[in-house]
Each structure stands twice: as structure tokens, then as C-alpha cells.
Design a binder for this molecule. Structure first.
Ligand code: SF4
Length: 389
């Protein structure tokens, strides 16, 4: 174990109607329908962020926008604003159930688009479906899967023989059509609950499948995933992909982007600007696929997160040029590792205001190779990160 204290696990994700308190005020997560913001919605969100919060906007690992630093006494006015923009559900239960990540490369009328619309509608109406707070769905029906590394419990994707519905953790799924995929996804969610997948209201599909067999009809082969494919800033057939430094931007950048097209949210700390071919430099944006900041992840850290032991992003920015090409540095404010839950080549976990554990090929909670490194020592000798490896 790391020398860092055990962090608190909440077991649920913030929403708009059920925000989460953080060190800098409320975090309000907006689940944009189809993961898309029209230019008017993007400008409206930017205005709300500046009027009621810190003016900082995050993009989450499940492709949702988070408004940070919202004042408690402004929450009701914020919800009125979100409602006017068509960006809030009827109630907190519907909002929590509608936990869908959609491939940002969907096209109007294609399988992904149709299934996501049907599933959102079905989940809104499924009032009896009491799923764990982090339980989610991924709709990824393009020719090449792009959401394999995105957390989800139920996946709809394109296997070698057509569309399949797959329980996360299974190596095969159920053959479905675009018409019945949403209904089958709900049936699989009910199977998860019936099998005892959520004792005490918590649990994930892959954890259930580690102790129980998948449904017997799930025999259709899973998609073949190309090795080493990751998304980078640059041109795509649907528009321009742009990255956000540490997954965050000022609201002014969100508003400025809206002048270039509708925005699609991605789970890769990037936005897809529909139809755009080039963009001016804007605060918080990374347009160059070789930018060293793409080789680092860092959570909010202090003072924005009450669990953080240290400031994270300044050090991550300074160390980024020293991270070897092809490697990734995760700088975490505590052992929870929110910014990069999976193992990374290099990890610095804060253990106190100015001390970090160094971990290689692990997570923020893994056993450290080196302890008590100060930020100044790391800045002065960034070779400490890779020395002897
Ligand atoms: S990893 Fe970072 S954001 Fe997550 S709880 Fe720890 S300090 Fe907070």
C-alpha cells in the first residue's frame, strides 16, 4: 500500500439535481442528451458557469460537463437555467439512471444514434430500476470500437457478425438489432440486479461476472479491438478533436468554441467541434497532438478537492516535457487516483503538502518505489521519475 491515507469513496457520481460538495463549492455534472451541445447550449452553460460558479468547466471520463465552484445558494437558479437550455432531467432518479456514454462519432440516424435515443427514453421511464450510482451504459456501434477503455457496465457495440449487447467483463454478448437493443439493455440491467450484482446498493457488472456466469444466450463474438489505437487532437470526418489541459477549460473558452460549431463531448478529455477544420488558440485548449501535456493526467488536487494532500496541476505541467514519448505520468492528489484510475507508467501520489510517492506501472494506491519526494526535488531533477527503469 501507498503511504497515503485511505481516501473516501462516495460510490455515486454528481449530477445537476444531486450535486456533490467539493473544496471549491458544488460540482454540478450536466449529462447533455446524446453527448452534444448546440452552440446556444454551450454559450448558455458558459454564462451559467460564470454567473453562479468559478467559471471553470471540466469534462468527465464519461463525457459529461462539470460546472465547478457553484455556490450553494445559486443552485436553484442554475437548475432553472439548465432547464431553459434543455439540459436537465425531470428528477434526480431519471438523471442518475440516464448514465450513457455515446461514441462521439455517431451520425444522425445511425445505429448508435437510434439506440442512444431509445435507451435514454427507456431509462427515464424505468422508475423501478434501482441501479448503483456508478452503473452505466456505453453505445459504441461504429465500425471500429472507440469506448473499450471507457468505464461502462453494459455495452452495445458492433461485433464481427453484427450488433451485440455485452455485459462488461464478458468475452461475448447477445446478438441484437438497433430496434431491440435498448429493451435488451434494460433486461440485462434487471438481470444484474436479480443476480445480486448490487449488494448494499453498490457493485459493477465485471465484479458480478467474476463470481457468476454471463446469461446463457450471450454467445455472439465481441468486437475485435485494434491494438494501441488512442484518440489524439486533430481532424476527423466529423470535425476537429481538441483536447483540454487536465480536462478543464475556462467558461470563456467554451463560449468561444461555440462560435465554431456544435460540440460533442468525449470520454478522452477532448471535445469534437462539429464541422470545424481549424481553431484559434484558446486558454486551456491543446490543438497539437505532440503537446507534452497530453502525456500527463492530474486531478483537481488542492485546494479544489477536500481530500487532496497537495497541489497537483502546476507540478504536472512542469514535469510534462520530461515524460518520455509513449509514456504517461499520473499526478494524483491522493491515493484515490480519480484522474487516471487505471495503471500508468509513472505515478506521483501526494502524501502530504509537499511530499509525493513515486510508483511505476501501477495505480495511485500501489506500492511506491520511492517516497517523500518534494515538488522542488522533482522539478530540479525530473530524471528521478525514470531513473533506473
Ligand atoms: S484523486 Fe484527486 S480529485 Fe480524487 S479524491 Fe484524491 S485529491 Fe480528490
Amino acid at each position: 500500500m501507498s503511504t497515503a491515507a485511505t481516501p473516501k469513496v462516495y460510490g455515486w457520481c454528481p449530477g445537476a439535481l444531486r450535486p456533490m460538495m467539493s473544496g471549491d463549492g458544488l460540482v454540478v455534472r450536466v449529462r447533455a442528451p446524446l453527448g452534444r451541445l448546440s452552440p446556444e447550449q454551450a454559450r448558455g452553460l458558459a454564462d451559467l458557469s460564470q454567473a453562479h460558479g468559478s467559471g471553470l468547466v471540466d469534462i468527465s471520463a464519461r463525457a459529461n460537463l462539470q460546472l465547478r465552484g457553484i455556490r450553494e445558494d445559486a443552485h436553484a437558479a442554475l437548475i432553472d437555467g439548465l432547464r431553459a437550455l434543455g439540459l436537465v432531467d425531470e428528477d434526480a432518479g431519471a438523471e442518475a439512471r440516464r448514465n450513457i456514454t455515446l461514441t462521439p462519432f455517431w451520425r444522425a440516424g445511425d445505429d448508435s444514434h437510434q439506440i442512444a435515443q431509445d435507451l435514454a427514453q427507456a431509462l427515464r421511464g424505468a422508475e423501478d430500476l434501482d441501479l448503483p450510482g456508478k452503473f452505466g451504459f456505453a453505445i459504441d456501434c461504429g465500425e471500429t470500437p472507440v469506448l473499450q477503455d471507457t468505464a461502462a457496465d453494459i455495452r452495445v457495440e458492433r461485433g464481427p457478425d453484427g450488433l451485440i449487447l455485452r455485459a462488461d467483463g464478458a468475452d461475448s454478448g447477445l446478438s441484437v438489432t438497433a430496434r431491440d437493443a435498448a429493451a435488451e439493455a434494460l433486461a440485462l440491467a434487471r438481470w444484474f440486479l436479480d443476480q445480486g450484482g448490487a449488494p448494499e446498493g453498490r457493485g459493477r457488472m465485471h465484479q458480478l461476472l467474476a463470481r457468476c456466469a454471463r446469461p446463457t444466450a450471450h454467445v455472439a463474438p465481441a468486437p475485435i479491438v485494434p491494438q494501441g489505437e488512442t484518440q489524439h487532437p486533430g481532424q476527423t470526418a466529423s470535425g476537429l478533436l481538441v483536447a483540454l489541459e487536465f480536462g478543464q477549460m475556462p467558461a470563456t473558452t467554451l463560449a468561444a468554441l461555440a462560435d465554431h460549431g456544435a460540440l460533442r463531448l468525449t470520454p478522452w478529455r477532448m471535445l469534437l467541434v462539429e464541422g470545424a477544420r481549424d481553431l484559434p488558440p484558446l486558454p486551456g485548449l491543446i490543438l497539437d497532438a505532440t503537446d507534452p501535456r497530453l502525456r500527463v493526467s492530474a486531478c483537481t488536487g488542492a485546494p479544489g478537492c477536500p481530500q487532496a494532500r497537495a497541489v497537483t496541476r502546476d507540478l504536472a505541467r512542469d514535469l510534462a516535457p520530461s515524460v518520455p514519448m509513449g509514456q504517461h505520468l499520473h499526478l494524483s492528489g491522493c491515493a484515490k487516483g480519480c484522474a487516471h484510475p487505471r495503471p500508468a507508467d509513472l505515478v506521483l501520489t501526494a502524501t502530504d503538502e509537499d511530499t509525493f510517492d513515486l510508483i511505476r506501472n501501477g495505480t495511485a494506491a500501489d506500492h511506491p518505489l520511492n517516497t517523500s519526494l518534494s515538488a522542488d526535488a522533482l522539478r530540479a531533477a525530473p530524471d528521478l521519475l525514470t531513473e533506473g527503469s
